[in-house]
Design a protein around this ligand. Structure first.
Ligand code: NAG
Ligand code: NAG
Ligand code: NAG
Ligand code: NAG
Ligand code: NAG
Ligand code: NAG
Ligand code: NAG
Ligand code: NAG
Ligand code: NAG
Ligand code: NAG
Ligand code: NAG
Ligand code: NAG
Length: 662
């Protein structure tokens, strides 16, 4: 109850914040008349949600176990479900890959013939993963721009210089924290597209990705919000209280996940009955028309505050949650999490539970960002009254959640009494999880470098805010890749994973590896084992300075679209403006491991590409001069630029053309 009071004061403080920045944020302060009009308004017809399958909305609920009772399995292999789905998906990628690779102009290489020759055995063909990093709303939006560039459904994305179809060619799409909101949001909405989301005007349907109203205020639709902030907060509170009354431990993550859902799930009240496991039943996903989504969270031992780099990394996929790490080394059926598993089974006298894996709760678990908020708010500028109010609100939350140790996502531990010898949580009924980026591995590479997944190439979208003053703050500098590399050297934790060598972050800045795409792990001969080629795509400025603060909770749609647009240009290098050969080089990165498997010589164009994009082992660890990246193209003016976006969405991508600024 104290927690709820504190949240209320946090909400109040944040409304002050939004009001103060009214020039950027569309503030919604309903007059008495508007509130009255709202009460008289015809109630909205609830949207149909084909996959809202929790038995009792947000409340995890006991059900009869299925005749084959759910069990925990060893992580030595992939799940039967993934093994059955993979050939369907791999087959479905062939046409998209053929279209993409023939279009990108790999001179002297007949990509069509290559694909045709090998399509009878799809496992010879490239196996592509995409990973979208954390970084709050910045990561959602920059990641969305990259994904839109890869998505053939985006307008004009299959023209010269573009990369549309890469998403349709991919097997896996992983997201973490803000990147997890992006991935989760696309999938819980039937694998909708970024284009579709930004083309949908808020007046006519839903409130997806309406970030002008911060999470602290709740959604608005058109002129009159659906809910007052008070109603919104009360709905969230009721949902979480109901879960607590049903006997489940609740934490700040429950509030966070419910609030996020209002922005990310296209359903009334953020779809309280919508589960992450229901994605497995989604027609698009089942038929292999979409890659497999994976979200990440870190394990956190009770009482632990800092996450060590050797922490256990858990993944959530449509069928399961669990980890390949040598500690727990097990997977649980996601649909039945919340059940009291013991020693790998739900005992005969115990009922099963459904509805624990609420989609917003899974996204919230991957992004216990409040935690980061709470830990870092004091280092932001507190000299203005606004941030003082916010800080005091958050501090009072911290006091409560800190005392109760509640600043985590509290899962019923499916791995109780399982793998006793190595599982750190084996003797605990609780499994406490935190934001997947807290171990500094802010790009969700972990599930994609597992040898059992055989991924050939990972497009690693980095929206991290690494650089600090006196440099321009908030751009990536390779910190995340360094963390994953170092973990791969830890023999007690890497458990068979191998990762390409990665230089120090000073080298990243000195050599500009954080300013344009860079490939790592090009030369298999240098590797100690099987590892994907990494195509590193660091956020950098093309048409907008998208290094916005992780702690900025509100963006109007014009700024949102500008950041998405910039992300599109990050992936395409401004549609080839920086390098006309870039699409061919992407094709080479995709093909590299497959060519090696089929003993096919590397086309000459690819040799040139690899000379240009592969990190060649050079290091320069001296302290760099401050990183102040120059915009590549003409800046979008978010004040006057609104007319260029709107319903036509990413049309601007093509319009930007080859104009190079400065
Ligand atoms: C394809 O690439 C070659 C260089 O490898 C270039 O000369 C040619 O103009 C490109 N063709 C198209 C259609 O872009
Ligand atoms: C995949 O395609 C191959 C070749 O066309 C075919 O033999 C195989 O049955 C397909 N597999 C699935 C699961 O569709
Ligand atoms: C999901 O999307 C596909 C492709 O756009 C469409 O055919 C299908 O009807 C959609 N399903 C639902 C339940 O909306
Ligand atoms: C959200 O749902 C509404 C109503 O079903 C639909 O019209 C709209 O297209 C959906 N938005 C997206 C982005 O899928
Ligand atoms: C709630 O947490 C307590 C420890 O604080 C634990 O003993 C209990 O088993 C947990 N309950 C559930 C349902 O997870
Ligand atoms: C992580 O490393 C610390 C310090 O070396 C060690 O005490 C701990 O047991 C390790 N944890 C795991 C999960 O390996
Ligand atoms: C990974 O860890 C598990 C459990 O500790 C172990 O059985 C397995 O042999 C390890 N795999 C590799 C490749 O080291
Ligand atoms: C903090 O904000 C105050 C008032 O807006 C401003 O004068 C000051 O320069 C800021 N300090 C920093 C370190 O940004
Ligand atoms: C901020 O600093 C104050 C004063 O040191 C401290 O009392 C408070 O707990 C801190 N708040 C947070 C959120 O860290
Ligand atoms: C795991 O530990 C629990 C508690 O000590 C014990 O009851 C159980 O039998 C152990 N499981 C195995 C497989 O050893
Ligand atoms: C890189 O980022 C880290 C934070 O992640 C920061 O501590 C470090 O100073 C940065 N280094 C450079 C050269 O930008
Ligand atoms: C696609 O590109 C063409 C040619 O540049 C342009 O005329 C058209 O407006 C674009 N369409 C969209 C929807 O972006």
């Amino acid at each position: 109850m104290k927690l709820q009071d504190s949240l209320a004061s946090l909400l109040t403080a944040s409304s002050v914040l939004s009001a103060a920045s009214a020039s950027v944020v569309v503030v919604r302060n309903p007059t008495v008349d508007e509130v009255g009009a709202e009460a008289l308004a015809v109630p909205l017809t609830p949207w149909k949600r084909a996959t809202a399958e929790a038995p009792n909305n947000y409340i995890p609920t006991e059900v009869d176990c299925p005749s084959t009772r759910p069990t925990i399995r060893s992580a030595a292999s992939l799940s039967n479900e993934e093994l059955a789905w993979l050939p369907i998906r791999r087959n479905n990628t062939v046409t998209a890959m053929r279209n993409l690779l023939t279009r990108v102009n790999i001179t002297g290489f007949d990509a069509g013939a290559y694909l045709d020759t090998h399509s009878s055995n799809a496992s010879n063909l490239p196996n592509i993963g995409i990973a979208a990093s954390g970084g709050g709303y910045r990561a959602l939006m920059n990641g969305a721009g990259n994904i839109a560039a890869f998505d053939s459904r985006t307008a004009n994305s299959t023209g010269a210089g573009h990369l549309g179809g890469l998403l349709q060619s991919a097997t896996y799409l992983a997201g973490l924290s803000g990147g997890g909101w992006l991935v989760g949001s696309l999938y819980v909405n039937n694998f909708t597209s970024v284009q579709q989301i930004i083309d949908t005007t808020p007046d006519t349907s839903g409130s997806l990705w309406q970030f002008g109203n911060s999470i602290f205020e709740g959604p608005a639709t058109g002129k009159i919000q659906i809910l007052s902030s008070a109603q919104y907060y009360s709905n969230i509170n009721n949902a979480v209280s109901a879960k607590a009354n049903a006997g489940f431990n609740t934490t700040i993550t429950d509030y966070w996940g419910r609030a996020l859902s209002y922005q990310l799930v296209n359903a009334t009240d953020g779809g309280p009955a919508y589960t992450f496991s229901s994605i497995a039943d989604d027609s698009e996903f089942r038929s292999g028309s979409a890659p497999m989504p994976i979200l990440i969270a870190d394990g956190r031992a009770p009482g632990e505050l800092l996450i060590p780099s050797n922490t256990t990394v858990f993944e959530f996929n449509p069928w399961e949650m669990g980890t390949f790490d040598p500690t727990t080394f097990a997977f649980a059926p996601l649909r039945y999490t919340g059940s009291n598993f013991s020693a790998g089974v739900v005992p005969d006298n115990v009922k099963c539970v459904r509805g624990f894996d609420n989609a917003g709760y899974v996204m919230g678990t991957s992004s216990t960002l409040f935690n980061q908020f709470l830990l870092q708010i004091n280092s932001t500028n507190t000299t203005t009254p606004v941030s003082q109010a916010l800080t005091s609100g958050i501090t009072s939350v911290l006091k409560d959640v800190g005392q109760a140790g509640d600043d985590i996502a509290d899962w019923v531990n499916p791995f109780y009494h399982y793998n006793n010898a190595t599982n750190l949580n084996a003797q605990s009924r609780r499994l406490t999880l935190v934001d997947g980026g807290e171990d500094l591995q802010n790009i969700p590479l972990h599930p994609l470098i597992q040898p059992v997944r055989n991924v050939d190439v990972i497009f690693a979208i980095d929206s991290s805010a690494d650089t600090v003053a006196p440099a321009a703050a908030g751009w990536p500098n390779g910190t995340s890749l360094v963390a994953t590399y170092q973990r791969s050297l830890n023999v007690s934790q890497q458990n068979g994973t191998v990762f390409p060598a990665i230089p120090d972050t000073n080298t990243f800045v000195n050599l500009g590896l954080n300013n344009r795409p860079t490939f790592f792990g090009c030369d298999l001969a240098n590797m100690t084992g099987q590892t994907p080629l990494i195509v590193y795509l660091p956020n950098s400025p093309y048409v907008y300075n998208s290094n916005v603060s992780t702690f900025d909770p509100a963006y109007n749609n014009t700024e949102r679209n500008a950041i998405i647009q910039n992300g599109y240009d990050v992936a395409t290098q401004g549609n080839g403006t920086r390098d006309a050969q870039w699409p061919a080089c992407v094709g080479c990165a995709i093909l590299s491991r497959s060519l090696n498997r089929t003993n096919t010589p590397l086309p000459a164009v690819c040799t040139q590409c690899f000379q240009r994009y592969c990190w060649d082992g050079t290091v320069n660890p001296t302290a760099p001069t401050p990183y102040n990246p120059k915009r590549v193209l003409t800046q979008i003016n978010v004040r006057s630029g609104a007319a260029r976006f709107g319903a036509t969405g990413l049309a601007l991508v093509a319009a930007v053309g080859a104009v190079v600024a400065q």
